[in-house]
Design a binder for this molecule. Sequence first.
Ligand SMILES: *Cc1c(COP(=O)(O)O)cnc(C)c1O
Length: 495
Amino acid sequence: MSFFSTRGGCCVTASQAILQGLAPDGGLFVPAMFPQVSGEKIGKLCGLGYQERAVYVLKLFLEDYSIPEIEADVAAAYGEDRFNDPAVAPLKKLDDGTYVLELFHGPTLAFKDIALQLLPHLVRRAAEKNGETREVSILVATSGDTGKAALEGFRDVAGTSCTVFYPLDGVSDIQKLQMVTTGGNNTHVIAVKGNFDDAQTGVKELFSSAEFNEKIHQTGRVLSSANSINFGRLVPQVVYYFSAYADLVNSGAVRAGDPVNFCVPTGNFGNILAGYYARNMGLPVNKLICASNRNNVLTDFFHQGIYSTHRTFFKTISPSMDILVSSNLERLLYESADRDGGLIATWMRQLKECGSFSVGDQRREWMGSVFWGDCADDKDTRAEIRNRFDQNHYLFDPHTAVAGHVLREYRKATNDRTPTVIVSTASPYKFAADVLASLTGEAGTGDPFSAGEELEKLTGVPMPEQVRRLRELPVRHRRECEKNAMGEAVLAELA
Ligand SMILES: *Cc1c(COP(=O)(O)O)cnc(C)c1O
């Protein structure tokens, strides 16, 4: 399988796409075609466990990785020392026709673990396959969740190191504690005296600075990135759509071949795009419901066919979806444009220069036949957390609750009774104070540990070990730096 750039050129192998991350023309790598999985094959997946399902789906795309290599990497990523549920991504029933796919059983309690536990192994092998003998040094700027997931994924993976920058006063107490207590001999965490934009801009500048790259090369390393546009983060996510479908068939909720919907809390469009890829591969998916919070740029896009970043940015109680530029959307645009890279390059230039582009009515309708977009504000989100707990005795985190609300609205608007899977992206204990406040209607004290304990008492839903342990873990990372001195800080860490 070769990979092309969404902006035209390029023809690389899977391992090259993973090692490079972004195509040289600024586009995203996409597979040359979608391998087909027949109904019979899907039937076979039903008899397999998560790891075996993963090996099957991954191999379809990762042609230059051998099956024993993929098996070893999948075992390292999804073992029981990493995921606190042997099913890895278990499916739970809410009511007849509504299911929850729990993607939060990994080390950092959010869905990014599914991809970031596997990616480091894929990167290490990609380096080997392409004669890269230097250590692959990952740099990440984070507004909270991605940083910790990357640190846990790369922790002690030979031939790699991972350095995360976070804004000193821009992450929650729990998120900060999660990062600065990270173990491992190849993990580095640096607080930037600035906001998230400063950290992100700083990292981008380091990647493009010839002088900084040269200094890194002198230490026997080469820079790489782990952000969500890397194909190596997308492909592990395709797996759980197949896995969820197999579990639905196994439980008798649907018959093999019957359609299902997925409702996905969306920010950067990576998670839901993986569902679209699964659909293109033959998984019987009817609608992909794209749920946004108050930063509803995608809702407007699916309704109007116009993507516009001329809007106010809101901070919400579902912070991992507070995004105005959904970078993975480019891969859907590419399919909508019949893989015309020149057209994508034009739209992306318009987005950069004018803050918007329009895909036209025909393409909007084409996308509308697969996607449905809607949104929930914080008030809707809180009400959904309370209602689901009252009705189903199931505790949503705020991101998942956005999807829960949007699914109700979708059903009201369309009367579609297709069985639907809500994709759950985080443990409620990661956002305990807001979840507790949603249930009680009172503003919490703000202390996340006592909020977690109170939540456990109130709901009986057990608090994950990772949260409990966090209180006792020693702080291992204390470095801070000015926003214009991030390069020096990296070199000091790696020295
Ligand atoms: C990253 C994240 C999302 C958004 O996923 P995208 O792939 O960026 O659309 C939703 N919920 C949680 C908890 C996340 O961490």
